[in-house]
Design a protein around this ligand. Structure first.
Ligand code: FMN
Length: 221
């Protein structure tokens, strides 16, 4: 399996340093190479780097202040009217899906470039339209935050594959869990290892604290 798919995490901790131009270009290129309905590529990617603009945007994302740490945002917007010309009502859904494909490609490439990233979908659309001067036939679908991670983000709980997959029909033909082998097992083992690691670190910190306390007491006596 592609390592970047496994490694990608939604990061909310960034170092306050800019990202290299070449990395940004590769990420944008990855977005532009995503599949799109009818190959319309009816998207635009707006790169935001100015501090003041980032602040305004973070405030419009329901005050997700963690976003201010990220040195770069990419706003993904799609031209739903263009898709409607070809696909009528389904044009809206196709545009959402195409923009989501571009977004995911960029997240994976960001991981490949050793950068942290996050998908932001919670925002006040009206406010953002005003800030970014979005034209009528365009709609903002998502915002990607980018930057160097200041601390590693652990994988959150993920459902097991056996609980997410059906075969042939909805709710049918669930195979035995044992038939979903290694990748699932690996995931479980990694989760367990991470859990044990944090338990050990917790214990270690407690012991260290106790030692320090005892040392202090001894010195006082
Ligand atoms: C459509 C969509 C909208 C999201 N919106 C937000 C958001 O507004 N703020 C945020 O912190 N994370 C947002 N996320 C990220 C999810 O919280 C994250 O993907 C989830 O917790 C799983 O973590 P992982 O990405 O590390 O696997 C969004 C993800 C998606 C796909």
């Amino acid at each position: 399996m592609d390592e970047n798919i496994l490694k990608r995490r939604s990061c909310k901790n960034y170092l306050q340093i800019p990202i290299e131009w070449s990395k940004l270009v590769n990420i944008l290129k990855a977005g532009s190479l995503a599949p799109s309905a009818g190959n319309l590529q009816n998207w635009k990617f707006i790169v935001i780097q100015e501090k003041e603009n980032r602040q305004k945007i973070a405030n419009s994302c329901l005050f997700q202040t963690w976003m201010n740490q990220a040195p770069t945002y990419i706003i993904v917007c799609g031209n739903f009217q263009m898709a409607q010309k070809y696909y009528f009502e389904r044009g809206n859904m196709f545009t959402i899906q195409s923009c989501a494909a571009a977004m995911e490609n960029m997240l994976i490439e960001a991981t490949n470039q050793k950068l942290g990233s996050n998908w932001v979908g919670a925002f006040d659309e009206q406010k953002l339209n005003e800030i970014l001067e979005i034209e009528d036939e365009w709609k903002i679908y998502s915002i990607l935050t980018l930057g160097y991670e200041s601390e590693k983000t652990e994988m959150p709980n993920k459902l097991e594959l056996k609980d997410q997959v059906y075969f042939e029909k909805f709710k049918e033909n669930q195979y035995e869990a044992s038939l979903f082998p290694i990748s699932n097992l690996k995931n479980e083992i990694n989760n367990q290892i991470n859990k044990t690691k944090s338990e050990i670190i917790g214990q270690k910190n407690k012991i260290q604290k106790k030692i320090e306390e005892n040392k202090k007491k001894l010195l006082e006596e």
